[in-house]
Design a protein around this ligand. Structure first.
Ligand code: 4NP
Length: 151
């Protein structure tokens, strides 16, 4: 079982978007038994809140249903529970390291570092552009999925 935790600042826009896109890819490939996927925040700002409407609407547009969930903060113990802890941008990676400590097992990655064009994923909380964020997250999830299925 490969356990993946997607992480962003608030856990209402980007990391749940990555969680449900990746779950959809896994489901379509028939590999549900091989993966466990969740998402979390580095901040306490949105803890307990539902997925942002912009993420829900964008995913509905492409036929992906969002499960009812509440934002939660990343915990130090998550480092041992997951095989991959995947942030959306450089500042997430620093915040993740501040919470979990050193990445001794080399589990922490930036999502688009799996792609051929490594870069940060912009935060739609600030940009209001869920289309660009969606395209970037799909690019990262496809690259991650290809890597995990090949290895
Ligand atoms: P996310 O977006 O990190 O993609 O979930 C944000 C959502 C909320 C806040 C910041 C970013 N906030 O400051 O409340």
């Amino acid at each position: 079982m490969i356990k993946i935790l997607f992480v962003c600042l608030g856990n209402i826009c980007r990391s749940p978007m990555a969680e449900f896109i990746f779950k959809d890819m896994v489901k379509k490939s028939g590999r549900q038994n091989e993966f466990y996927i969740e998402s979390a925040a580095t901040s306490y700002e949105e803890v307990g809140n539902p997925v942002h409407y912009g993420t829900v609407r964008k995913l509905a547009e492409v036929g992906i249903k969002v499960e009812k969930r509440c934002a939660r903060r990343l915990e130090k113990e998550d480092y041992n529970k997951f095989n991959y802890i995947i942030g959306m941008e450089k500042s997430n990676i620093n915040a993740i390291l501040n919470i979990v400590g050193q990445d001794v097992d080399k589990k922490i990655f930036r999502l688009l570092d799996f792609s051929e064009n490594p870069r940060d994923i912009a935060d739609p909380w600030y940009t209001h552009n869920f289309d660009i964020t969606y395209n970037d997250i799909v690019e990262g999830c496809e690259a991650l999925f290809a890597k995990l299925v090949q290895s």
